[in-house]
Design a protein around this ligand. Structure first.
Ligand SMILES: *Cc1c(COP(=O)(O)O)cnc(C)c1O
Length: 486
């Protein structure tokens, strides 16, 4: 299996070669040259597999240059009940992503698939934990080292740190805005005492942190010398690890391959639902892929109108589902590539236009950049939007009707799913975080605290390990150099 850039101008590479890469050299994103297909026989055989066995079957189609025995061992180490132990008391942790039927009435079935039972209580663990093991394996083989440098406002940074802690050959330097994360998220990251994890609290806002990451990334000499890499959501291995749970969800919710299911996905950077799109392109019988956004509705606007209009930082809302607060969706280019039948020159032109004029228009109306919006339905995509008041209502409704507490992002998903559910086709909503992470809003909705999984009771009281720093790139580089000396 070879990978090429969505913009066409990068030499084809294999899975291991793009594992540690971010953008392709031409500014595009990597995609396989064609999507591997699943047969009916495979689907039947996969129904009885464990999560780890299923992950191996899916991943071996993409990571063809990793010896199968090695891949199998990596996957088995990643997807264990021990790692996904934060399941609710009535869930089976060994399922890794257990399904719960919320409602099955008048032919309408609403199912929740829990992706948030890993170490940081958010779905990013599903992919990041695999990435940690893949990175360590690859670096060991190459006798190489990697210094991961990133910025976070919450979920991504903690998922990366918990995936990379204690791994040889890897250090993590993670910037976060000083005193701007929730107490729980701060405690999750800063209580790590592993010597390869460096938390840097920047005196500024999230954009200042991101600007520092950009400045370091643009200094190619420094980047090469210090072996700097990233783990952001465009990483191909992260996307492909997420394909697995769409297979798991489908296979658990059906008994025969002529049945279909739909998925609703709380979305921000379009990484999660892009994996659903890939599963569908591989032949998984998915009827609809419903994009759920919050007030930051860039994606909902596109899927309603065909117009992609990115927002400026100042126009981005700070919402109570903060992991979906994006101004542009970094994985969206992968879908546009497929929507345009792989026409790399047009993809390149459209995304150059995003840089120069803030977006593009595929509505087919006079003066637009194309009419491919009419093909969106063929790919199963639909969308909807949810705002703070909807989140509160949905959290209350789910507690009253089904007796469980959901987080704010999952609430956005359920609100939108209920607008798209159809007779005879189960609707699976992906649960992307546990409520404990967003307790402030649970308090507002329910007047009580969210339950915390065992072991998290007093996390805020643990000793914290971090360095406060001004938003100063020179100081940042000196810090990295001082801590990467062999
Ligand atoms: C990251 C995140 C999302 C958005 O996922 P994308 O892949 O960026 O679309 C949704 N919910 C939670 C809790 C997240 O952490």
């Amino acid at each position: 299996m070879q990978y090429a850039s969505t913009r066409g101008h990068a030499t084809a590479q294999n899975f291991s070669e793009i594992l540690l890469a971010g953008l392709a050299p031409d500014g595009g994103l990597y995609l396989p040259q064609s999507y591997p297909q699943v047969t009916q026989d495979e689907l039947n055989a996969w129904r009885s597999l464990s999560y780890a066995e299923l992950a191996f079957e899916v991943l071996r189609k993409f990571a063809t240059d990793i010896p199968e025995a090695d891949l199998k061992a990596l996957v088995e180490k990643t997807y264990t009940a021990e790692v996904y132990r934060n399941a609710r008391v009535d869930e089976d942790a060994s399922q890794i992503t257990p399904l719960r039927t919320l409602e099955d009435r008048n032919g309408r079935k609403l199912i929740l698939q829990a992706l948030s039972n890993g170490p940081t209580l958010a779905f990013k663990d599903m992919a990041m934990q695999l990435l940690g093991n893949l990175f360590e394996y690859t670096l060991d083989k190459q006798k190489e080292e990697l210094n991961i440098f990133g910025a976070t406002s919450g979920d991504t940074g903690s998922a990366a740190e918990y995936a990379m802690r204690g791994k040889h050959g890897i250090r993590v330097f993670m910037l976060s805005p000083h005193k701007k994360m929730s107490a729980f998220q701060t405690a999750q990251m800063f209580s790590l005492q592993d010597p390869n994890i460096f938390n840097i609290a920047v005196e500024g806002v999230f954009d200042d942190c991101q600007d520092m990451v950009k400045a370091v990334s643009n200094d190619h000499a420094f980047k090469n010398q210090q072996k700097i890499g990233t783990v952001n959501s465009i990483n191909w291995a992260r996307v492909v690890a997420q394909v697995v749970y769409y297979f798991r969800g489908y296979l658990s919710a059906t008994t025969r391959n002529d049945q279909k299911v739909s998925f609703t996905v709380p979305s921000g950077n379009f990484g999660n639902i892009c994996a659903g799109h890939i599963a569908r392109m591989m032949g998984l019988p998915i009827e609809k892929l419903v994009v759920a956004t919050n007030e930051n509705d860039v994606l909902d606007e596109f899927f309603r109108t065909g117009i992609y209009r990115v927002r400026k930082s100042a126009e981005t809302w700070h919402t109570t589902s903060p992991s979906m607060d994006i101004s542009k969706a970094s994985n969206f280019e992968r879908f546009i590539h497929d929507l345009l039948d792989g026409d790399a020159d047009r993809v390149a032109a459209l995304f150059r236009k995003v840089e120069t004029s803030g977006g593009f228009d595929l509505s087919g109306k006079a003066g637009s950049d194309g009419d491919e919006f009419k093909k969106v339905a063929k790919f199963g995509f639909q969308s909807g939007k949810s705002v703070h008041a909807d989140r509160l209502n949905t959290i209350r409704l789910v507690e009253q009707k089904y007796g469980i507490t959901i987080d704010t992002h999952t609430a956005d998903g359920i609100k939108v799913a209920l607008e798209h559910i159809e007779d005879g086709i189960p609707m699976i909503v992906l649960e992307t975080a546990l409520a404990a992470k967003f307790n402030e809003t649970i308090q507002e909705a329910l007047g009580r605290d969210a339950e915390r999984p065992a072991g998290f009771e007093n996390i805020e009281a643990l000793p914290q390990h971090f360095t406060v720093m001004a938003a100063d790139v020179t100081q940042m580089k000196a810090f990295i150099s001082a801590h990467t000396m062999l």
